[in-house]
Write a protein that binds this ligand. Structure first.
Ligand SMILES: Cc1cc2nc3c(=O)[nH]c(=O)nc-3n(C[C@H](O)[C@H](O)[C@H](O)COP(=O)(O)OP(=O)(O)OC[C@H]3O[C@@H](n4cnc5c(N)ncnc54)[C@H](O)[C@@H]3O)c2cc1C
Length: 415
């Protein structure tokens, strides 16, 4: 029986695995986490809007009905292409077909030491860490008599004006200016400052300029200070340096760069600057037609020469495509030659009242776009357990300006 190994149970890996349900093959899914994570809502966990269990589900339970599929909690260390073997921390797996879907991580553009100072948002641990940092800053500000220190604690800096930076900035501003407004006695959380730094000339650079401009103005209305063309040149425990200027801040969050997983190194394949493996039109690697790289770890172009974006729908489509291709090869039917990406649009939310959406043929902004964004995400959630519960909780948070998951957990609690 053919052995199909899938590395990573994110959007790409999970959708490949689901498509392989019932196929006459031994399917093994490996992930270093025991959960599948809905990353588009991570910022809600980081800003205390949703608990982690609303956006992550055990991979084992999602795939429990698939009798041909085994789930292993382990970490990929290397791949032996010639021997068709995957080296895990605790095991070695033989395969006939391999799907590498290990996603991406943050890039600090060579400043790895900034990682502990300015955490990025990629996993549940990152989100709860950022939530702890934000909430602890308010608690410490309530305790101090030193004005300078209070100012540093109540200034929040987000580096990077992509969708995650915009979402975080808007939501932190709402948290400070609305949700926490009545909770403290010595400080006024409404006086907190949220600064969004972007190295380029505009926010959400992949969108039409009018939508970027709208996002900047909407953030301004929420009280976010947006600084464009402002690259960070240094980052330390007390804040950031920009162009010789200083911003003192106890909470700096990194939303600036993405680097692919080490798939290129494991497979000894050519990559681009971001570490994405340059795959063939059918998503296989140049060295072996039975090894595929998909999602954020892969670089593939559309027919018009544009790059398929690193977003969830692209990873899902690639997962399904490769699974289908493998099914056809196993059953000796003609397999598709080239992956074709169907782009449904780009969306980003700005706080709870507005969003921007760019569809292939038209664009939208404002509160209607926000609702459409919400509906699109509920639709995204279909296929994972309890989408209705998450949707109802969202709606409740929206109506009440609540932040239901305002818990400080972990080490900084004891500081
Ligand atoms: C904060 C944030 C917000 C986002 N918002 C949106 C959005 O609104 N809309 C949208 O379309 N896209 C969004 N994205 C992008 C989207 O989440 C990614 O494009 C998508 O997850 C890529 O899917 P993937 O399968 O390639 O990787 P992932 O979904 O990242 O999955 C990779 C999996 O591989 C596992 N893994 C990694 N390395 C190893 C290893 N060595 N061993 C074992 N397992 C490993 C990981 O644990 C993970 O489960 C967002 C991303 C982030 C970080």
């Amino acid at each position: 029986m053919p052995r199909i190994v899938i590395l990573g149970a994110g959007f790409g890996g999970l959708f490949a695995a689901k498509k392989l349900a019932g196929v006459d093959a031994e399917v093994t899914v490996v992930d270093r986490h025991n959960y599948h994570l809905f990353q588009p809502l991570l910022y809600q966990v980081a800003t205390a809007g949703l608990p982690p269990s609303d956006i992550a589900w055990p991979i084992r339970s999602i795939l429990s009905r698939q009798k041909n599929t085994t789930v292993l909690l382990d970490e990929v260390i290397d791949i032996d292409v010639a021997q068709h073997q995957v080296m895990l921390k605790n095991d070695t797996l033989d395969f006939d077909f391999l799907i590498v879907a290990t996603g991406s991580t943050h890039s600090y553009f060579g400043h790895q030491n900034w990682q502990t100072i300015a955490p990025g948002l990629k996993s549940i641990d990152d989100a709860t860490h950022i939530r702890r940092r934000i909430l602890t800053a308010f608690e410490k500000a309530e305790m101090t008599d030193n004005d300078d220190e209070r100012g540093r604690l109540m200034r929040f800096v987000i580096v990077g004006g992509g969708p995650t930076g915009v979402e975080l900035a808007g939501t932190i501003a709402e948290l400070a200016h609305r949700t926490l407004a009545a909770d403290f006695r010595r400080i006024d959380p409404r006086s907190a400052t949220v600064t969004l730094l972007e190295a380029g000339p505009r926010l959400l650079s992949y969108l039409d300029a009018s939508l970027s401009d709208y996002a900047r103005r909407s953030l301004g209305k929420l009280g976010v200070e947006v600084r464009l063309a402002t690259p960070v040149t240094d980052c330390d425990e007390d804040g950031v340096t920009i162009d010789g200027d200083r911003i003192e801040s106890a909470t700096v969050i990194w939303a600036a760069g993405v680097a692919a997983s080490p798939a290129g190194r494991w497979l000894d394949e050519e990559t681009d600057n971001a570490g994405r493996v340059i795959v063939r039109p059918d998503l296989s690697v140049t060295g072996d037609p039975d090894i595929f790289v998909i999602g954020d770890s892969a670089l593939i172009k559309n027919r018009d020469g544009t790059i398929v974006p690193g977003i969830a729908p692209a990873a899902k489509q690639q997962g399904r495509f490769v699974a289908d291709l493998i099914i056809k090869r196993i059953s000796k039917r003609a397999a598709p030659q080239a992956f074709r990406y169907r782009h449904a649009g780009h969306l980003a939310t700005i706080g709870r009242k507005s969003a921007v959406i760019e569809f292939p043929r038209f664009k939208m902004k404002g509160w209607l776009a926000w609702w459409l964004w919400g509906i699109a995400h509920i639709y995204f959630l279909v296929g994972v357990p309890s989408p209705l519960v998450v949707s109802i909780r969202w709606l409740w948070e929206y109506i009440t300006y609540g932040r239901g998951a305002r818990l400080i957990t972990g080490v900084e609690q004891a500081d």
